[in-house]
Design a protein around this ligand. Structure first.
Ligand code: SF4
Length: 304
């Protein structure tokens, strides 16, 4: 499941999934979102993955969740029914389901003017309608949707996450597709999103032996599609980068030195009040050092 906004903290499917790597030696776990947190700001990683501080729900994150749900469910319909009108008609029910499944989102519009929720739902419609200008679901039969993937590197580091959609061509070529309900990052800021896609490609390569032919980011906020063709060289470099991120996280964990790294992302950070860069003081670190495998995969349907 990102634009410039900070992705939401999620709950771990490791608690509810029996995984193919059960029984393997695992020294830690990393998802692209949490790796991205650390790369953006080590203190943000600490707040989310070590302290596990709650974050208030945001309309943007909720929009991402609901739209992803419709994009997932639409493919359960026959191809001819995958129309903009049908998708739009699925939004209200998807929002109801998300509210039931994610209690933290249920009260998003509590106390707000009634038209605020209606306006937000219209924004979901707009984003969803834009998808039909970019892809034609009547001509797509995804191999997987909201697909949980994981792989253990030689070092014992577990990589995991959810892939929005996997397309497999008749010749076996694999395309990894990720939907972003926000706008495409400006020039010079695409690296984070492409890192996430290369991360997924690395996991697929490690588990299937096949390098995905195409990584495709679909930005529904502004109708931009970014495509990238990875190769083994890219994925080896991604593996080295992921290992380096984990080494840096382990070092910070051992030293307790989680430095703030202010950037434009601070504008979306829920933890400014606790951040020294904004005059705040972080809470004491958990006595037990926090969760042993603190990282969590991106939950299906989030924009991260
Ligand atoms: S406010 Fe900025 S510097 Fe501080 S924790 Fe959040 S992202 Fe990091």
């Amino acid at each position: 499941m990102a634009t410039a906004s900070v992705p939401p903290v999620t709950t771990s499917p490791a608690d509810r999934l029996s995984t193919p790597v059960d029984g393997e030696r695992v020294v830690g776990a990393l998802s692209p979102s949490r790796a991205g947190d650390f790369l953006a700001c080590p203190l943000l990683y600490r707040f989310r993955s070590i302290d596990r501080l709650p974050e208030p729900p945001s309309p943007d994150a909720a929009r991402g969740t609901v739209v992803h749900k419709v994009l997932e469910d639409l493919f359960e319909r026959p191809a001819a029914e995958r129309t903009p009108e049908v998708a739009d008609g699925m939004l209200a029910a998807a929002w109801e389901r998300v509210r039931a499944e994610r209690p933290e989102l249920a009260g998003l519009f509590d106390g707000a003017a009634p038209e605020q929720e209606a306006r937000w739902l219209r924004s979901c419609s707009t984003v969803l309608a834009r998808w039909f200008t970019l892809e034609d679901p009547t001509r797509l039969e995804p191999a997987e949707r909201e697909h949980y993937v994981e792989a253990v590197l030689d070092s014992g580091l577990l990589l995991r996450g959810f892939i929005d959609r996997l397309d497999v061509a008749p010749d076996g070529a694999v395309r990894v597709v990720d939907y972003k309900t926000g706008r495409a990052p400006g020039p010079g800021f695409e690296a984070g999103a492409l890192f996430q896609m290369r991360f997924y490609a690395l996991v697929l390569w490690r588990t299937t032996g096949v390098v995905p032919a195409m990584l495709q980011l679909v930005y529904l906020g502004d109708g931009t599609v970014v495509r990238y063709e990875p190769d083994e060289h890219d994925l080896r470099a991604t593996e080295r980068k992921v290992e380096a991120v984990w080494a840096a996280i382990s070092l910070a964990r051992a030293s307790g030195d989680w430095r703030p790294s202010p950037s434009r992302l601070c504008g979306w950070c829920a933890h400014q009040a606790l951040c020294p860069a904004f005059g705040g003081t972080p809470p004491p670190l958990p006595q037990d050092g926090g969760p042993e495998a603190p990282d969590e995969p991106d939950v299906a349907t989030s924009d991260g």
